[in-house]
Design a binder for this molecule. Structure first.
Ligand SMILES: NC(=O)c1ccc[n+]([C@@H]2O[C@H](COP(=O)([O-])OP(=O)(O)OC[C@H]3O[C@@H](n4cnc5c(N)ncnc54)[C@H](O)[C@@H]3O)[C@@H](O)[C@H]2O)c1
Length: 324
């Protein structure tokens, strides 16, 4: 493939792994990130450091909601594909700052799609989330399920981003894949998410907060499986007009099992403080992944115990850890 892949959110958890794997597969990559302060800049710089000097990688620091900045990046390179991973992430934080989430995730997506329209870039991957399914209790979640009742500003902003992607596809012939990720974890994992927090606090001999009675469940999906799904969607987007895919593990882990797996892999006892469930959180997620298996050859192969073991190895290899 000639031309460049533009990856937004390149310094983040999933973006950095995606850039690294694209480079290993000989793609030319333009990475873009504004080091959003939701978690510290040094953590994101460390994410970038593993591939920042690769000869096929160019990095821009800036905000994709700023159309002048976005235009400068799009003007400079023959971009063929947009892989839009950058976002304000975090369901709970979105309850405190709703407008910031709507601005970055909805307006920001529109800004990038508008550049695609103006430059004739017609292969786009937009990243969404299992949270768009709201309080749906019927599992597995299917791509055809309704997404009109999101339960947090973050989820609503992802619904808006999907809606914009559909509009741009249908009006301007942009071939589009929308990917709904289900709780992604692994090395470089986000420090606001349970896998990092539980591992870190248990290893430091501190208690964790358990929300609810332990019966909630999440379809934890290992980073390498997600990256394979992203790159497959990017490569295959030219085969369709507009498709939505769930990317999950299709094997949910109950919170109580999660805690016992932490104990198994660390060899330590987890001390917990139990609090009520949090507003905005989905009680149970499970991805229906048949469509991704069929059309993207997606096949998640990392068990939760294996993925958590690899995450622990990464954590133990760090010179400096973020205290959470
Ligand atoms: N991690 C998960 O479990 C999960 C689940 C579902 C969906 N997602 C989605 O996957 C994508 C990546 O998430 P992540 O977990 O890697 O989060 P992350 O916070 O580690 O990465 C997002 C990156 O986007 C950057 N960013 C934010 N606003 C920006 C802006 N205006 N301009 C430029 N860069 C900006 C941030 O600085 C950050 O580095 C996001 O779209 C997120 O909503 C993640």
């Amino acid at each position: 493939m000639t031309g460049y892949i533009l990856v937004t959110g390149a310094a983040g958890f999933i973006g950095s792994h995606t850039c690294e794997t694209l480079l290993k597969r000989n793609y030319h990559v333009i990475g873009l990130d504004n080091f959003d302060p939701y978690y510290p800049r040094w953590v994101k710089e460390r994410n970038l450091s593993t591939f920042k000097n690769h000869p096929n990688f160019i990095f821009y620091e800036g905000d994709f909601t700023d159309s002048d900045f976005a235009r400068r990046v799009f003007d400079r390179h023959p971009i063929t594909h947009l892989v839009h991973l950058g976002a304000k992430a975090g369901v709970r934080n979105s309850l405190e700052n709703p407008l910031a989430y709507i601005h970055t995730n909805a307006h920001g997506t529109a800004t990038l799609l508008e550049e695609c329209r103006l430059k004739g870039i017609n292969k786009v991957v937009i990243v969404s989330s299992s949270s768009v399914y709201g309080g749906t209790t019927e599992v597995p979640f299917k791509e055809t399920d309704s997404i009109i009742h999101p339960m947090s500003p973050y989820a609503a902003s992802k619904v808006m981003s999907e809606a914009l992607a559909f509009t741009y596809h249908s009006l301007y012939d942009i071939q589009t894949s929308v990917l709904r990720f289900f709780t992604v974890y692994g090395p470089r994992g986000r420090p606001d998410m349970a896998p990092y927090i539980f591992l870190h606090r248990t290893l430091q001999g501190e208690s964790i907060i358990q929300y609810g009675d332990g019966s909630s469940g999440r379809d934890y999906t290992y980073i390498d499986d997600i990256v394979n799904g992203i790159i497959s969607a990017m490569e295959k987007t030219a085969q369709w007009n507009y498709e939505v895919f769930n990317l999950g593990n299709s094997s949910p882990v109950l919170l109580s099992e999660f805690i016992s797996t932490i104990e198994e892999v660390t060899g330590k006892t987890v001390s917990r403080v139990i609090k009520p469930n949090q507003p905005g959180d989905s009680p149970f997620t499970l991805a229906g992944i048949r469509k991704a298996q069929r059309m993207l050859d997606y096949s998640p192969e990392t068990s939760f115990k294996e993925g958590l073991t690899k995450t622990l190895e990464w954590y133990n290899s760090l010179d400096k850890v973020l205290m959470v």
